[in-house]
Design a protein around this ligand. Structure first.
Ligand code: 9MR
Length: 456
């Protein structure tokens, strides 16, 4: 992404990211904090300041994991069930509906005051074989009506947006409808029929068509979906929204003109939503792309929210691609800060004035001792704001020598007595991490001295 708008945001962003020095500590145990504390800022709060939601896909089975749920509750204000609202989960056999797992997601959202994206009513995948085997149009039409009606009635009033139809177009250059049971048995009209049924059941919900590989404007698939939506709008078919899944990797990178695609759909009069965002990669390049997608949404007033497809890399459907905003230990990644900063700079939220709220403190403890050496551990804590990086120094007394380190990037001054330890990832507001080292005493058992903790 390289629009003028984006570069203006980037410039402001750089100004906002000023380092703040806080916290002095000696081995005796004193922790002194200074600097301006500002309210904790999260993705949800930053998005809300722009009038948008920030959501994630959630697996009901992970809600018992404390870090998972803490991160979910802190950062997100919209939930999509990653799998448990799909047809095979809700109606595994004809007329037998099981909402038990799905309801856990809805209940969590209710308790936390989060919005829900209903995903998904009619989709060729995760569709039980009893549906896939139907060959009578009347029967399939009735089955589709019953599924949409029963599920939407069950959650009526609780769901902001529904993915009524998911992934109905082929990939590649054909621009054709996907050869699903619905397409084969019912013909082209099945998509609008699904929207009419959904509108009858819940006229207040936002009804979306949701698909992937619809991001670059000029591709056959994007054009085919656009033409369908334009046709629906012109004929009064009740479609309110188009969902862009936004699963990106090096073969399918974020397009330069993403905001153009979003704007063109919005110009048809529908909402656009980023519904399943994840981007394979790490570091600067991943962060840049996440910032670009966020900026593309912000550039389009009718882009009402962003959902990432999972809380943490470790539970991603493509974990090996590390495509999400939190790493496997729930540390916010560079990509997280790219999204947060982009939202903050657009929303006029805190962080835009260089107020310097990024702070951290360090404390020391000896954890083990042997005849010739001891292990030290330093706990680094973020202040009231998330921090993207931290560093501190550890000074030993000659003839002591540090012989090993872990959980950080260590470097030494020329004397070899002063070690600087830097973060390998950021910390959420109030979050903490530890690093450690071994000191060969060479006869001197003095504890090391810590320098200030420097956060940015
Ligand atoms: O993330 C979901 C994964 O756990 C399932 O195994 C998979 C089965 O098809 O579906 C994944 O979610 C998909 C979503 O429902 C629709 N768009 C593509 C998503 C990633 O495959």
């Amino acid at each position: 992404m390289s629009t003028a708008h984006q570069s203006r945001v980037r410039t402001r962003l750089r100004k906002a990211v000023t380092a703040a020095v806080v916290g002095v500590m000696t081995a005796g145990g004193l922790v002194a904090a200074a600097g301006t504390a500002s309210a904790q800022t999260t993705l949800a709060e930053a998005a809300a300041a722009t009038g948008r939601y920030f959501g994630t896909a959630v697996a009901a089975g992970r809600l018992g994991e404390q870090d998972y749920t803490a991160t979910l509750n802190r950062e997100f204000n919209s939930i999509t069930a990653e799998n448990s609202w799909k047809w095979e989960s809700l109606q595994p056999s004809p007329g037998y509906f099981d909402f038990s797992t799905a309801d856990r997601i809805a209940e969590h959202a209710r308790q936390q005051g989060m919005e829900i994206r209903g995903h998904t009513l009619v989709w060729h995948s995760q569709l039980p074989s009893w549906v896939q085997n139907i060959s009578s149009p009347d029967e399939l039409r009735q089955v589709m009506r019953n599924h949409i009606t029963t599920v939407m009635e069950h959650y009526k009033g609780q769901v902001r947006s529904w993915d009524v139809v998911n992934e109905a177009f082929e990939d590649g250059s054909s621009g054709a409808r996907r050869n699903s049971v619905f397409q084969r048995v019912l013909g082209d009209s099945w998509i609008e029929e699904a929207f009419y049924i959904a509108h009858e059941v819940d006229p207040d919900a936002t009804l979306c068509y949701n698909d992937y590989n619809t991001d670059a404007w000029n591709t056959a698939k994007t054009q085919a979906v656009y033409n369908m939506v334009a046709d629906f709008v012109s004929r009064g078919v009740p479609i309110d929204c188009v969902g862009f899944q936004a699963h990106f990797n090096s073969g399918n990178p974020v397009p330069e003109n993403y905001h153009i695609t979003l704007q063109n759909f919005a110009d048809l009069g529908v909402e656009v939503q980023i519904t399943e965002l994840d981007i394979a990669g790490w570091g600067d390049s991943q962060a840049e792309q996440f910032g670009g997608v966020t900026l593309a949404c912000l550039a389009v007033p009718k882009c009402t929210g962003i959902t990432v497809w999972g809380v943490t890399d470790k539970y991603s459907w493509r974990a090996e691609d590390t495509p999400l905003l939190f790493d496997g230990n729930y540390n916010p990644k560079q990509a997280y800060y790219a999204v947060l900063d982009t939202l903050l700079n657009a929303g006029g939220g805190d962080g835009g004035d260089g107020g310097g709220g990024a702070t951290c403190t360090v404390t020391y403890a000896e954890t083990q001792r042997w005849g010739d050496r001891f292990n030290g551990e330093v706990t680094v804590r973020a202040g009231n704001e998330a921090i993207r990086s931290w560093s501190t120094t550890v000074t030993v007394t000659p003839p002591q020598k540090i012989s090993a380190t872990w959980n950080g990037e260590a470097s030494w001054d020329t004397s070899g007595n002063v070690m600087t330890m830097r973060s390998t990832s950021g910390l959420p507001a109030g979050g903490q991490t530890t690093f450690g080292f071994t000191v060969m005493t060479n006869g001197n058992w003095a504890p090391p001295t810590l320098g200030s903790c420097v956060a940015s």
